[in-house]
Design a protein around this ligand. Structure first.
Ligand SMILES: O=C(O)CCC(=O)c1ccccc1C(=O)O
Ligand SMILES: [Mg+2]
Length: 368
């Protein structure tokens, strides 16, 4: 296929509720939708994940624009591509900026699947017809509110609860949750809020049979995580520390992790995400699909990824209505009894809703 044209739309949406982590609160979500066209007029869609501020990784909305517009698009426009796996090769002269790369690669994957009259899940080798999902709950103003929110999501059927923690909002909160819901599959995500100095506190996590503790230590660390894992029974899951399959290899060799959170954006695209999946499967390490508070296009890519066989644990891909008054795709993504049905249509299997997209659009750039 030849990439004839690309359309970069900048959107701004407001989430129903602020999402609070150890770094602060966010409610506005700005992102890009990239639509790529081939020589026959087929089109594929990708969504960018970086936030306005660089609190999760170093990328931002503005660095995404800079990278896509000034580096990545010029490398692909009017080029012939036989398979989306070639895209990461073509992007290899550009270091990191994984979220920008994943936006473009995601659009190429959707286009490729559509041209081949396959669903995106089929195109990457996925097998599941439905996927199991959990929910990630931000830090709440008080424990009563948290218990109420958790109760609500358990009633809705979500398969596991992930709780954001930070120093001062951890053991006591987990204790109260466990008292209220002794059996619920529960995990905690620290987004790098602790150090090895907190070892005594972290060891107490072992009392609450958590499924795992996600990214307790620094966002670029795998050495201290290995030391910590030796002192904990609770499995460590790495998120921020993993940017590539090479990172995964090193973390597993060191014993830093027993589970991997795969985010397409953080690892630079579906091709790398699949490599990580395959490597972990070979090593007996289960994986699950993380989230970046995506709108519908990004969410659809996550669903396709989660159909691969080693996605053994529920991910963070909650339904559209958990985040948005109105999502940018039709139909919206719905969760029934903790499951999402994998769409059978070609590509991502959801239609971009142009009316809604135009309503939230700030700006549009066409490249041809
Ligand atoms: O609901 C989602 O999309 C995932 C929520 C989540 O946990 C998260 C949201 C924003 C940034 C980082 C993380 C994370 O997994 O650490
Ligand atoms: Mg995380």
């Amino acid at each position: 296929m030849i990439i004839k044209k690309m359309n970069l739309r900048h959107l701004k949406m407001t989430m129903k509720n602020p999402f609070v982590t150890s770094f602060g609160s966010m409610q506005e979500k700005e992102f890009f939708l990239l639509e790529v066209f081939d020589e026959d007029g087929n089109s594929g869609w990708g969504e960018s994940a970086a936030f306005q501020a660089p609190w999760y990784t170093e990328e931002t909305v503005q660095t995404t624009l800079h990278m896509i517009r000034d580096f990545l698009i010029p490398l692909l426009l009017n080029k012939e591509i036989n398979h989306p796996d070639e895209v990461s090769e073509i992007f290899s002269p550009i270091r990191k900026n994984n979220m920008a790369k994943a936006t473009v690669e995601g659009a190429i994957w959707d286009l490729y699947a559509k041209r081949n009259k396959q669903s995106l899940a089929q195109a990457i080798g996925g097998v599941a017809k439905q996927i199991e999902v959990g929910i990630s709950i931000g830090i709440q103003t008080n424990t009563e509110k948290l218990l109420e929110v958790v109760h609500h999501y358990i009633e809705e059927g979500y398969k596991r609860i992930k709780l954001k923690i930070k120093p001062g909002y951890d053991i006591e909160v987990i204790q109260k949750l466990r008292d209220a819901f002794p059996e619920v599959p529960l995990m905690a995500d620290a987004n790098s809020a602790y150090t090895l100095q907190d070892i005594e506190l972290l060891k107490k996590l072992d009392d609450y049979h958590l499924l795992m503790i996600e990214q307790p230590l620094a966002s670029d660390d795998i050495v201290d995580h290995a030391k910590l894992q030796k002192m904990l029974n609770t499995p460590i899951c790495l998120d921020e520390s993993i940017l590539s399959v090479e990172d995964v290899r090193k973390a597993i060799e060191l014993g830093s992790t027993k589970v991997i959170n795969i985010k397409i954006a953080r690892v630079g695209g579906l091709t790398e995400a699949k490599k990580i999946h395959d490597y972990c499967m070979e090593k007996g390490i289960p994986v699950w699909c993380g989230g970046m508070l995506e709108a519908g296009i990004g969410r659809a890519h996550n669903i396709a990824l989660t159909t691969l066989p080693n996605f053994a644990l529920p991910g963070d891909t909650a339904g559209s209505s958990h985040y948005w008054e109105e999502d940018i795709i039709s139909p919206e993504i719905v969760v029934v009894d903790g499951y999402i049905e994998v769409p059978k249509g070609y590509g991502i299997g959801f239609e971009p809703n142009m009316e809604v997209i135009e309503r939230y659009m700030l700006n549009e750039i066409v490249f041809e």
